[in-house]
Design a protein around this ligand. Sequence first.
Ligand SMILES: [Zn+2]
Length: 209
Amino acid sequence: MEGKFVVPGEYIGNIEEYIPGHNVMEENGKLYSKVVGIAKIDKENMTVSIRPLNPVPELKPRQIVYGVVNELYSDFVLVSVMWIENERRQIVGSKQDGVIHISKVSQDYVEDIGKMFRIGDIVRARVIKSKPSLHLSTSEPELGVIKALCMKCRSPLIRKEKVLYCEKCNRIETRKISTLYGNIKIKLLDRDNGEKKDEQKEQGTGKNQ
Ligand SMILES: [Zn+2]
């Protein structure tokens, strides 16, 4: 079994032979691979695991990513990264949260980060560093919020020069607006369903030659 190329659902042994490790599922005492990958046996504890051939890509400094603001603090926001620009393999399966510190929001001085981002905003950001934790910046003009909804009525806000405007409520909101606001069409993966589906689709097409 060691070194064997396996596909999702492939039988790789039974529970008497091995302890199921990473990417291995057990059903009625039988072990199956959950992913496309290479079987690895740890002889010390007789664990079988599958090293996936489609690993979650590691984010690299300078990459441009898209994400959703999901937590707001006094001096930083947390962005759930969902998509990497110009990257065929996208983030699937695991959620990656990136930090945008108040000092990395804009080239201008930011006093109140709550006026730059709101929960639910879609942002385009650059990776500053990915280890040990993911840090992002939106200080360049083309970075920042690319889509936002009105805090009151949830309609998409329209850019009016340096502010965002809700036509329904006749209200203005502020953000760190990307110069690309409203001009980007991206397919964001649905966090609960789309990701799994996409993952399976990717495995099913056998992208690894
Ligand atoms: Zn509104």
